[in-house]
Write a protein that binds this ligand. Structure first.
Ligand code: NAP
Length: 265
């Protein structure tokens, strides 16, 4: 019977999962872990701890020290290091691990997507796409764009640190965003190109529709893979079912709807 679940969080899905588990069984101990990057994070139901664990060894020690029965890695699809740390720590501590990953976005008719593998490649892909860039990849990693000649509208939750592009305006905002709002930003700032990670999910998807309508290209940074051998769930509901299946003693880490993605992503 699972009694202590650790959710590695920082996403809408992680909060939703904590809420689902807490509502289904208030007796279940659910701890959500946040990196501490955002100044005023939205807090989930249940217990919350904030800050890094100290690498995979630190996380493995935390799992053992807090008698964790299962871990859900519900971090952002681009939070690569913590996901690999979670895979290593779960293996060391012999604790089952599930990755909760919202599905990626797919291009629709009329989209002009330029898919790239990294932020550096996204910066290079801007050559010839226009002078006014809507940069929505978050405040980390802006150094990749620091040497670019274009003007940037940089949108992030908290203020970015240097280095960042020389010609830039920072817009502090947090999703969900509306289609009307995104249309207005593209119009008002006369934006020529959008740069985004393939974050997936509905909260930040309207910018893609607005870009399609405006006929502007989109540079899309592809996701890093889920660590090999870690099963995945696409929704908080699937992840909650995985927890319930374990609590029932099913002993099978692949829940209905959860997919074993080993070697496939
Ligand atoms: P990252 O590069 O994968 O992780 C860097 C380090 O931050 C980790 O090694 C770990 O430190 C700590 N860390 C990350 N997530 C943590 C968590 N949930 N709880 C405790 N420690 C955590 O992560 P990142 O890309 O900087 O993202 C940080 C957080 O922001 C993540 O939780 C993620 O869900 C959220 N987020 C990220 C993005 C994005 O685009 N990357 C977007 C939205 C939200 P230790 O090694 O010391 O344990």
């Amino acid at each position: 019977m699972s009694s202590h679940i650790l959710i590695l969080g920082g996403t809408t899905e992680a909060r939703a999962l904590a809420g689902l588990l807490h509502a289904a069984d208030p007796g279940l101990r659910v701890t959500s872990s946040l990196a501490g990057r955002v100044a005023a994070p939205r807090l989930p139901a249940g217990e919350v701890r904030i800050g890094g664990f100290g690498g995979p060894e630190g996380l493995a020690a935390w799992l053992r020290g807090h008698a964790v029965d299962a871990v859900i890695d519900a971090t952002h699809p681009f939070a690569e290091r913590i996901s690999f740390n979670a895979a290593a720590a779960a293996a060391t501590a012999h604790v089952p691990l599930l990755a909760l990953r919202r599905p990626g976005w797919v291009p629709a008719d009329g989209d002009d997507w330029h898919e790239v593998a990294s932020l550096d490649a996204a910066a290079a892909a801007l050559d010839g796409l226009g002078d006014r860039v809507f940069l929505t990849t978050g405040r980390m990693g802006l150094a990749a764009f620091a040497g670019r000649p274009e003007w940037f509208l940089v949108r992030s939750v908290d203020a970015p640190d240097a280095p960042m592009p020389a010609r830039a305006e920072v817009l502090l905002d947090r999703g969900p965003f509306t289609l009307d709002g995104e249309r207005e930003l593209i119009r008002r700032h006369r934006l020529d190109v959008l740069v985004t990670k393939d974050s997936g999910g509905a909260a930040t998807a309207p910018k893609l529709t607005a870009a399609r309508e405006a006929g502007i290209p989109v540079v899309v940074v592809r996701r890093p893979p889920v660590p090999e051998g870690v099963p995945t769930a696409a929704t908080p509901e699937e992840a909650a079912e995985w927890v319930r299946a374990r609590a029932r003693g099913a002993g099978d880490v692949t829940a209905p709807g959860a997919t074993d993605t080993a070697g496939t992503r």
